[in-house]
Design a protein around this ligand. Structure first.
Ligand SMILES: Cc1ncc(COP(=O)(O)O)c(C=O)c1O
Ligand SMILES: N[C@@H](CCOP(=O)(O)O)C(=O)O
Length: 444
């Protein structure tokens, strides 16, 4: 958890996936979100935290959420449910994992008396969630790279308005993939990495993925699992959230379909349709958080699809640096047996916001609308479909208002977001300049 990326440039994965029996899954029904979180994650945690310590970490992580259920389900239509993941402090699903790992970092670092430097890359939501989770903590400095001009104003202000001196928003030239590539470069620059004790909180950190497994269980049991299977549709960019669903399935949760929903930057949909994984130009969209071509957790999915052959994955990742790769027939079969996919154009996304408000009264953010549109194409009678609503509409007011005629208000605690002063540094897309900037701004 504290290391983030492995030193050979690969991602960490568990050696084995703990199993929950059907009886253990059935027993989750009716428990609080926190209690489910404890039972789902405990087998992965080992003796890093004691039972009491881990229970307290979970309680503290979700105490600030604005909904008693933490991740409530709302019915959209016959057999179609929305899992609202935007009731955390920064109004996106990232809070579920970030609040938790914030508490885990604090406990682990406090115990060892260590300090770390967290660097993150964001297309808008991870960064604000990380800054919120780590602001003001004594043993952590946080630097967040975001693509200049390519995130919503609310997302930017969530990162640039906190006043704590240990958090830093860096507006980088380029797109999200550039930010994520420079972050990986920092992890591969061992002098820098060791010198600043670099840690990562993107979903390259396995802890992030683990925390997101929980709401697959909580929502599925609420709809009758394990006695009946459910399907999930997940608005997807970096593949962390859908991969958490895959882990839930591997742990024993009866999931029928895992549907990957992409925006016009549809590299994952093209790949899962058998066209190989080939990078194109990232085109800015009304769902900016999903404007991603190099989807970091897809590497984890490929690792399993290639029968856990690390050398094969290393070769694919090298080919990706040069533009892309084709997936072997065997691996493609495994991927397609685990995931199906669809995409939504800008027009379809807008039309879904309009139509869903009319049919159900639910105001969707553009990312969630992509999920709802693709889910509608994929769902089958008899199996409940759960679409993940990944952000609050108020984070993307312009697109939402254009589609619905309604201005989505921010919660009262954020009323003055537009009046607060901003603090941000413009930085070039250049490793040496970035590392120098970070070193200059570390807490002494
Ligand atoms: C609002 C929103 N929806 C969907 C996604 C895609 O999630 P993932 O990157 O886990 O695929 C993101 C970014 O990660 C996001 O911020
Ligand atoms: N959409 C994300 C991109 C980073 O994803 P992560 O889950 O790997 O942190 C964002 O909003 O920053």
């Amino acid at each position: 958890m504290l290391t983030g990326l492995a030193r050979d440039g690969g991602l960490y994965v568990p050696e084995t996936i703990p199993q929950l029996t059907l009886a253990e899954i059935a027993a989750l029904e009716g428990l609080s979100y926190e209690a489910i979180a404890y039972r789902v994650m405990r087998p992965f945690v080992g003796d890093v935290f004691s039972d009491d310590e881990f229970g307290d970490i979970i309680e503290r992580a979700y105490a600030g959420f604005g909904h008693a259920a933490r991740a409530p389900l709302v019915q959209l239509d016959q057999g179609h449910f929305l899992l609202e993941l935007f009731h955390g402090p920064t109004l996106a699903f990232k809070d579920f994992a970030m609040q938790l790992i914030g508490q885990m970092f604090q406990t682990a670092l406090g115990r060892k008396g260590d300090r770390v430097t967290i660097v993150g890359a964001t297309s808008g939501d991870t960064g604000s969630a990380a800054i919120e989770a780590f602001r003001g903590l004594e043993n952590v400095d946080v630097f967040i790279l975001y693509p200049h001009g390519r995130i919503s104003e609310v997302q930017r202000r969530q990162m640039t308005t906190p006043t704590e001196s240990n958090v830093h928003a860096l507006a980088m030239d380029g797109d999200f993939d550039d930010c994520q590539a420079r972050l990986k470069d920092m992890f591969n620059d061992f002098e820098f990495r060791d010198g600043v004790r670099l840690a990562g909180v993107n979903s390259i950190n396995w802890g992030r993925v683990l925390a997101q497994v929980v709401y697959y269980f909580s929502s599925a049991v609420a709809l009758g699992a394990p006695h009946r299977p459910v399907s999930f549709t997940v608005p997807t960019g970096n593949f962390g959230d859908i991969f958490a669903g895959y882990i839930a399935k591997r742990m024993g949760l009866p999931i029928d379909k895992l549907v990957v929903a992409t925006n016009q930057n549809d590299i994952l949909h093209r790949c899962l349709s058998g066209q190989g994984y080939h990078k194109g130009q990232t085109v800015p969209s009304i769902s900016p958080s999903m404007d991603i071509q190099v989807s970091s957790n897809f590497e984890r999915a490929l690792f399993d699809a290639y029968d856990r052959d690390g050398n094969a994955i290393k070769q694919l990742m090298d080919e990706l640096k040069a533009g892309g790769f084709d997936v072997s027939q065997g691996a493609m079969q495994v991927l397609q047996s685990n995931y199906i996919s669809g995409r939504a154009s800008e027009e379809e996304t807008m039309a879904t916001i309009t139509a869903t408000l009319k049919s159900s009264g639910e105001l969707l953010c553009p990312h969630s609308a992509i999920g709802v549109k693709v889910a509608d194409e994929m769902r089958v009678t008899g199996t409940p479909m759960i679409t993940l609503a990944t952000a609050h509409p108020a984070k993307f007011p312009d697109a939402v208002e254009k589609a619905s005629g309604q201005h989505p208000p921010l919660p009262p605690r954020m009323d003055d977001l537009y009046e607060r002063g901003e603090r941000v540094s413009r930085v070039p897309n250049d490793l040496a300049a970035l590392t120098a900037h970070i070193k200059r701004h570390l807490t002494a």
